[in-house]
Design a protein around this ligand. Sequence first.
Ligand SMILES: Cc1cc2nc3c(=O)[nH]c(=O)nc-3n(C[C@H](O)[C@H](O)[C@H](O)COP(=O)(O)OP(=O)(O)OC[C@H]3O[C@@H](n4cnc5c(N)ncnc54)[C@H](O)[C@@H]3O)c2cc1C
Length: 606
Amino acid sequence: MSTYRAPLRDMQFVLRELAGADAIASLPGYEDAGDVIDAILEEAATFASEILDPLNQSGDKEGCSWNDGAVTTPKGFKEAYKAFAQAGWIGLPVSPEHGGQGLPQLLLGPTLEMWNAANVGFANGPLLNQGAIEALELAGSDELKHRYIPKLVSGEWTGTMCLTEPQAGSDLAAVRTQAVPEGDHYLLKGQKIFITFGEHDMAPNIIHLVLARLPGAPEGTKGISLFVVPKVLVNADGSLGERNDVHCAGIEHKLGINANPTCTLNYGENGKGAIGYLVGEPNRGLEYMFVMMNAARFSVGVQALAIADRAYQHAVAYAKERIQFRDAAARNPEPVAIIKHPDVRRMLLSCKAQIEAMRALAYVSAASLDLAAKHPDEAVRKEHRAFVELMIPVVKGWCTETAQEVCSTALQVFGGMGYIEETGIAQQYRDVRITSIYEGTTGIQALDLIGRKLIRDMGASATKVLKQIGVSAKELGASPNPQVAALAEPLGEAVKGLGETAQWIGMNAMGDLRTAFACSVPFLRYFGIVAGAWQLFRGAKIAAEKLAAGETDEFYTAKITTATFYAHHVLTQGAWLRKQITEGAADVMAGSEEMFEVERRSLQTA
Ligand SMILES: Cc1cc2nc3c(=O)[nH]c(=O)nc-3n(C[C@H](O)[C@H](O)[C@H](O)COP(=O)(O)OP(=O)(O)OC[C@H]3O[C@@H](n4cnc5c(N)ncnc54)[C@H](O)[C@@H]3O)c2cc1C
């Protein structure tokens, strides 16, 4: 049974020293944030470990059940959701005008991390509330905002995002759900699948945000509109009225995140159609979704980092307790805890280093979300918008893939007990797997990075970021601390290699786009590894300055050791990723599809 403790020391360090929490708290509208950051982090940590964590393993074991359209969540979830809502956690970044606390997006970094580490099955609910609130804030009419947002913020009702259909997964252009106008509303018919918290027993109403097509809408992405479809219709006075025709036809049996229901929703199967209301303008639904997706993809990146950190904490605790063999360097024949063995140390450090790099990159990106939204100078807002646009697919794609490696390594620390459900580490290994699939697979993030962010602006925003990394590398070189100064060369070389690889991709995209896309995922990984190093090494430099100023906290020494490990064990992967991309991209499409057919035929005959 694992227990989660929020890593408040590193969270505080990243927030204040790397992400510039004080500067964010001086932005217009966030003036009060500076005073409450510490209190919020501590309260969130308590809520995560006392309320959510105890339900993590039991929720996974019990799972959700479906009976004739109704879904029951695991024991304790209903009460935990009520407590979560009452504590005001749902409205953290929502404007006070809609009943929220109006706090910076930056605070979503640590708070989301805590909820998801403590209990990812639970945390997906509020995460989707957030998505629904943002969609309505972005494009809803005043009436829709007034009717739905306050209840979503208070947690009285919950929200969903209904995009996926059987034939429309990554490719939402294939959405077929129909919406026909009738008076002041629309009637929707169709089926959505894989809808997280699409039905449950935690709140009396569920507000579905649904993508659908109007009659005669253009084919493809330009003909998709966004609708609000409440499970229970809302009367003019705000009270609940008749049941709408949206029903849960079943829930999925999954590999992980068993504590939350993944639902098939049928709209309008019993009559004229489910009643829905248009959000924003017709045919602009996907455009609204893409604006919101930045926040949702950021959240899933943090979700993955959170699960990885939980797995790491669990592995450290086990490594300190499990006794096997004597210490290779000691004469004493007494067996020792496995943490003394070099390979176990390597595994733990590889988890720690990658987690700290992910956390640093994610929170710094969250700060940019705030600067992009609130900085008084338009030029600064624009610069941060470009940074966020570039970094979101990296935070989503790189963190979710890396977190899987971290969870696998953490499980390895347990040996055979890692494979046994009883210890709980297997749950993290299963839970983390979804993060690189939903909110756009890693393949889709990589297409976004290369196709939309790199090729479209001829590499302008990437070049800017790579230059910033180059400047940071030079600053490391000037550090009086020799360990920190030694980080300059590997970072400088890695960023140079990344820039050259980006140019190679740009050149090849002008010929056959398939060559550019063939290694888009390795490129995304390369980008993440270097960007993570950038932030982790900035942290090491600050830690060295603190130590030089007389601080004696072991945390600072560990930061430098961790960064040095990352330079040798993780950043070095950049060189082979570069080789893989520039020398191996052509191999990917070299053979014919027939070579896979041969495999299939032999399987069929076996
Ligand atoms: C547990 C769970 C919860 C979910 N929750 C929700 C939810 O709340 N709301 C919702 O709307 N959806 C939800 N989804 C759906 C999820 O977002 C989709 O499963 C995901 O976007 C991938 O779509 P797909 O499954 O159809 O895969 P496909 O689109 O069929 O992709 C299959 C593979 O092909 C690759 N691929 C596809 N196109 C390309 C391309 N052009 N280039 C390169 N590679 C490509 C993909 O990367 C992937 O590896 C959920 C799914 C699950 C499993």
